[in-house]
Each structure stands twice: as C-alpha cells, then as structure tokens.
Design a protein around this ligand. Structure first.
Ligand code: AMP
Length: 517
C-alpha cells in the first residue's frame, strides 16, 4: 500500500507508508518503538482542501541523510544537499540507489543517488563530525585547512586499535588527539569520571564545556571534498563503454607517451579526465580485457577508471580528474619546494597504501613512477595507469630495449624484470624505491649521471644510488630494502605502508589517564 497525501501549499507529503498497511494504532506503536520517524509538515495545521493534519511517517530503516551535496549528472539522477533526508526505495543497483527526497528543495522527487553519499539517519555515520576512515594525519590536515575555527573537531576510527574511536580537536594552530575509551559497561569517556552512554552525548557535553579537554568542542570539521562516486552514474557501472558524443573535451592537460590527456565534461555535467590514445598504441581487445580488471580495482588511493570509448579511434580512457596533475610535475614545480619532509613521507605513504591494495588483489602495476601518480587537492595522491604498461606498445626516451621486442622504463625497472621479463609485485617494490628517490629529490631523474645502458650494466653487479641530500637515513634504508637483489628480501607494500605511516604516530602523552596522544 502506498498512502500519500500532499500538502496543497508546499506539495510536501504529509503521510508516507510504503512498506506495510499500518493502522493508526500500529503507527503510534511504531513511533513509540522508534521504528519510524515523524516529520511534521510545516503546513500540517493549516486547514483547507487536501491539507492533512497528519505527520509524515516513514520507516526509519529506509531513511538516509545526505552527507554531501550531489548534483544530478543524468536525468535519472536526484540532486540533493548535505543534510537532506532521503528514503531509499531500491538498493538493487548496488553502488547507486533509487531514492525519494523527503526534505530539501526536491522533496518528493525520485531518482538515483550515489550510495556512498548518504548514511542511515541517526546512525553515527550520519553525524557531521564522524569521519570514519580518516587517519590521524589526514585528520590534522582536514582540521588545519581553511574554514575551520578554534575548537573544530572530528571523531574517527582509531588506526592502531580496531573498534576504538579517537577525537581530534583544533586548538588554535595545533591539532590534539584523544582516545575515546570505553568502560566495562560500554560507556564512552575521555575522562574516566565522566562516562556517556553514547558518543552523541559525549559530544554534546564537551560542546557545552571544556571539562578538561584542551578546548570546548566547536563546529564539526569542514568536509573538504565529496568522495568519488562509484562509476559515473548508475548505468555506467556495468555498461561502461560509453558513446563518445557524451564526452566534450575542454582543455589539454598534458601529453604522455601514448596520447594526450584532456579535462572533459561527461553528459555536460561531470568533470572527468580523458586519455586519448594514439591510434595503434594498443590493441583495443587487449585493452578491454585489462580494463575489465582495472575497473574493479577501487581504492581511495587509486585513480578510478570510469568508462571507455573503444568503438572507433582514438580510444578514450575516462578517469577521475586530479586538479594538480602528475606527481612528477608537482614535485618539480614551486609546489615541490613548499613540501616539507612530513609531506614527502605522507606522499610516499599514500602511494604505498594504493599499492598495498593492488598487492592484496594480486595485481601488478608494471610502471610505478612519479609520472604515474596524480595529485589532487590538499596533496592527495593516487596511483594511476596500473596495468596499462602490459597493453601498451612502449616507445619513449625512458624506455630501453634490453632484448629485442621488450622495452622498459629502465631506471624504474627491477633487474629481474629487465633481464628475465619477470614482473611481479616485488618488481613493483623496486620501482617504489625509485619513486621514493624521486619524492626525496623533488623529481630528479634517478641515476642522474648515468645512461640507461650504464644502469643496465651496473645495477646487476650491485651498484645502487647513494642517499639523496637531506634525505633522512631511515628513508634511505627503506629505498635500499626495495632495491635488494633477491626480490624475496624486499618488503611488502603492506609493510611499507605502515612503516611510512608510523613516522607520524607520536608517543602517547598524558592528559587525564594518559588519554591524549
Ligand atoms: P600520461 O599520458 O598519463 O602520462 O599523462 C600526461 C599528463 O596529463 C600527466 O603528466 C598529467 O599532468 C596529466 N594527467 C593525466 N591524467 C590526469 C588526470 N586523471 N587528472 C589530471 N591530469 C592528468
């Protein structure tokens, strides 16, 4: 049964009950049990034809709150603003849900929404201060970004202890972190003497008074960027060969070895990057096979492949757009000079995180280098072009033909890959060591005084680059580990990730039960 009445003044529904036929008593009981939510229509008390006095009641489990603004990209999409309530009607499309707006400018309209832009109403995920998978370092970056005032805060999942939460607070220009501990009965506390049943209550308490924190909690930290949607729209998730007329090339961003890269607009609505491939640079069939796999590899530190145009030439590869271009250019430009050692390590940690995901998926990049890492806002880095080397027919000055018909970017490639064509995740580790060198030298060419030929001759006999100037010894040790002759002695990306992230894990210092850290 679908019971709906609309207010004639504002067209807002005044009662919705999709799921079950519900008597008035059932509704009252459901409200008492808090199974459904009551939203009072502002015009509900007005009299007149078609104006009901009843409130809007919706199954709470299907009601979601928008965490970010979203602008419809297709006619089938639904636009919404952060804070709007949406009723989800169909989740079968996976990453895109069919929903109806319950509040906001588009109330009662229906359409597809990205599932990762909403959270169940009243869940902790729906709280504006909850930044679930945010690492300590990212929390600091977010809180120190423009727009946050003294007292801005967020709560995040603790990195070191699974299931625990941490509170990060901006105290003038520094960020302090507190562990939110639990009592035996599951209550949360910062100070043992003041436990709370829920995190919400804890936040409300410390928003009223400092009560021992460095500062009274102010506004939740500003969310800088909405996450990437999964695919461009609900119908490009599976059907990702798109019509090239839906892409408008706006401006050239750069030229790579296999073609040009443009900023483009999909469907006149959505900014994307478009890689146009020189005719003949790859076999469309090979590419499509590889792209099937690449498309499934989704991680915040990997560039997402959105769609392709392989019908006709040139082939288009459509990916997410990164505002600061390649890491190599970023390191070499003025930006690089502004980077501090902490930023350099963080860049390396982000690449290691993306690669650790590929490692877990048993996927090999084959061409890991600063030129194949892209930079977005706030130094966010993502690994690009994974797997493409396998389908490209290589031709470029960094590429060396060790044996007839096999060409590699020699200075980045492990000896066993050059000599025996043995590409594994361990040869990616070798390349990561070279990438670390590029990061620490602000984009200098590796083996600066040597030719490709000299590198091929000397590296197998034990030659390694010396520690770059101003590079901490511990980082040089990591590079050297990546360049071990025996590939089995090289570390895993998982280890590299935690080693690099650990540079930021400071010692626990004390505040009330040694709780601040
Ligand atoms: P490539 O062909 O991948 O070597 O790319 C050539 C240049 O285009 C890079 O150096 C970047 O500056 C730029 N570029 C490539 N992909 C993107 C992207 N997804 N977003 C922004 N810029 C990009």
């Amino acid at each position: 049964m679908d019971l709906r009445e609309r207010c004639l003044r504002c067209c807002q529904p005044v009662l919705v009950c999709f799921k079950k036929t519900r008597s008035a008593e059932d509704t009252r009981q459901a409200v008492r049990r808090k199974d459904i939510e009551v939203i009072v229509n502002p015009h509900a008390r007005q009299t007149g034809p078609g104006v009901s006095l009843r409130p809007l009641a919706v199954e709470k489990t299907d009601v979601y709150i928008a965490l970010y603004d979203y602008t419809a990209r297709t006619e089938e999409d639904l636009s919404f603003s952060a804070g709007d309530k949406l009723e989800v009607l169909d989740k079968s499309a996976g990453d895109w849900w069919y929903a109806k707006a319950l509040t906001g400018l588009r109330v009662a309209r229906r359409g597809y929404i990205p599932a990762n832009y909403v959270a169940p109403v009243e869940s902790i995920d729906a709280e504006p201060w909850y930044f679930a998978e945010t690492k300590r370092l990212d929390a600091e970056k977010l809180l120190l970004a423009e727009g946050n005032q003294h007292g801005a805060f967020l709560i995040r999942n603790c990195e070191s202890q699974k299931g625990e939460l941490s509170l990060s607070v901006l105290d003038s220009r520094t960020v302090k972190h507190y562990k939110l501990r639990r009592t035996d009965s599951g209550h949360y506390y910062v100070s043992k003497t003041k436990p709370f049943e829920t995190i919400k209550e804890l936040v409300a308490h410390y928003s009223q008074q400092e009560a021992g924190l460095c500062v009274r909690l102010g506004e939740p930290c500003k969310k800088i960027e909405a996450p990437q949607t999964h695919g461009l729209s609900y119908n490009t998730v599976d059907q990702w060969e798109i019509n090239r007329t839906s892409i408008r090339l706006l401006r050239k961003l750069g030229a790579g070895q296999f073609g040009e890269v443009y900023e483009g607009l999909w469907n006149e609505t959505t900014a994307v990057a478009v890689k146009t491939l020189k005719p003949g640079s790859m076999d469309p069939k090979d590419f499509l096979r590889e792209a099937q796999i690449m498309k499934k590899l989704r991680h915040p530190k990997l560039i997402q492949l959105y769609a392709v145009c392989t019908v006709g030439e040139p082939i288009y590869i459509i990916t997410e757009l990164m505002s600061n271009g390649s890491l190599l250019e970023y390191l070499q430009k003025d930006n690089g000079v502004k980077l501090r050692i902490a930023d350099q390590i963080e860049t390396a940690a982000q690449v290691a995180a993306g690669m650790a995901f590929l490692e877990l998926q048993n996927y090999i990049h084959r061409d890991l280098a600063a030129r194949n890492v892209l930079v977005g806002e706030n130094n966010i880095c993502k690994v690009a072009d994974f797997g493409l080397a396998r389908v490209f027919m290589m031709e470029n000055e960094n590429v060396y033909e060790a044996k007839e018909g096999t060409k590699f970017p020699v200075k980045w490639t492990a000896p066993e890959a050059i000599n025996d064509n043995k590409f594994t995740i361990k040869s990616d580790i070798w390349s990561f060591g070279i990438l670390l060198y590029e990061i620490m030298t602000f984009g200098q060419m590796p083996y600066p005084t040597m030719s490709n030929y000299q590198v091929v001759q000397r590296v197998p006999t034990g030659y390694r680059m010396p520690c770059p100037p101003h590079c901490p010894k511990v980082l040089y040790e990591i590079m050297s580990d990546c360049w071990k002759q025996n590939e089995q002695e090289r570390p895993t990306f998982e280890t590299l990730q935690w080693k690099l992230e650990d540079f930021f894990d400071m010692d626990v210092s004390s505040y009330d039960d040694a709780n601040r850290y």
